[in-house]
Design a protein around this ligand. Structure first.
Ligand code: NDP
Length: 282
């Protein structure tokens, strides 16, 4: 039976560190601030924005939510971003997705100053993740790494198999985990015989978006299984891994909920603090 990796406990520890760093900055007269832009009234986005608001209050980070009507023109959203880019009291900017169809996601994301891009989606930050330079990187792939490091799991020298090459999780994770000296295999929808690859994984990471698609027989006995998937099912959410079956085979496993997703918000806050350091270096 696998060891259960407790994402909530890991998140609580990081939250303590973030709170301490925020307190230090406040003593120096710097009040960290995150600005979130919400265009339209997508119910899930409203919930995410509000939950970030209450979480940021708890760690002492100022939070301002800019709610714009769904009819807002792309140029108006960009004008607001540019205003926030120049506002020295704002250290991080996030755009809640999805955006209304008439607004170009890439164009809007690219308008955020790279050092305030706490979602790690600006082309410059995407480039830094490839080149290995320091920048702001997306929270979920960072969660996959942090949850292992803070659970005492060795990454260097291990064979990591990532299922999914999406822009949000899989693709950035390839470069983050390479930096930790894993040997990496990336699988996707065109990979024939997925199980052939996943069974070779010392570390198996699922980032697909398909409920319970990684079955117990796809896991190597003793492997570390990190499930980044979030899938809505009747009565709640589940991951991309069939948890009940995989936990009988794996050596360690993250649950959903209570695993990788528990770290996302606090790692966005860590990005706000990292953004401050990068902005100070200007
Ligand atoms: P994308 O939809 O961008 O990418 C999904 C990937 O899965 C693609 O690379 C796709 O392959 C691959 N895929 C689809 N079907 C199969 C299959 N049958 N076998 C192997 N690979 C397959 O997803 P994201 O990167 O945005 O998100 C991945 C997961 O992470 C989702 O469940 C999402 O909900 C979750 N997530 C979790 C967060 C958190 O806070 N924990 C935050 C963000 C996302 P191809 O490229 O060939 O199409």
């Amino acid at each position: 039976m696998a060891n259960l990796i407790d994402g909530k406990a890991v998140a609580a520890k990081i939250r303590e560190e973030v709170s301490a760093e925020v307190a230090e900055l406040r003593e120096q007269g710097i009040i960290p601030k995150l600005a979130v832009i919400l265009v339209g009234d997508d119910p899930a986005s409203v919930v995410y924005a509000k939950s970030k608001q209450s979480a940021s209050n708890k760690v002492g980070i100022e939070f301002e939510l800019f709610t714009l009507p769904a009819s807002t023109k792309e140029q108006e959203v960009i004008a607001l971003i540019e205003k926030l880019n120049h506002d020295t009291s704002v250290h991080g900017i996030m755009i809640e997705l999805p955006l209304p169809k008439h607004i170009g996601k890439e164009k809007v994301m690219s308008a955020v100053h790279p050092k305030k891009d706490v979602d790690g989606v600006h082309p410059i930050n995407r480039g830094y993740i490839l080149s290995g330079e320091d920048g702001l990187f997306p929270a979920t792939p960072q969660s996959c790494i942090e949850i292992m490091l803070r659970s005492g799991i060795e990454i260097a020298g291990k064979h990591a198999v990532i299922v999914g090459r999406g822009e949000t999780v899989g693709k950035p994770l390839v470069f983050l985990i390479l930096k930790h000296n894993a040997t990496v295999t990336v699988c996707h929808s065109r990979t024939p015989d997925l199980g052939y690859f996943t069974r070779q994984a010392d570390i198996l990471i699922a980032a697909v978006g398909k409920a319970k698609m990684v079955t117990g027989d796809m896991v190597k006995p003793g492997a570390v299984v990190i499930d980044a998937g979030i899938n809505e099912i009747e009565g709640g959410i589940c991951g991309d891994v069939d948890f009940a079956a995989a936990k009988e085979v794996a050596g360690a496993i993250t649950p959903v909920p209570g695993g990788v997703g528990s770290l996302t918000t606090v790692l966005i806050f860590k990005n706000v603090l990292k953004g401050i350091r990068l902005q100070q270096a200007d």
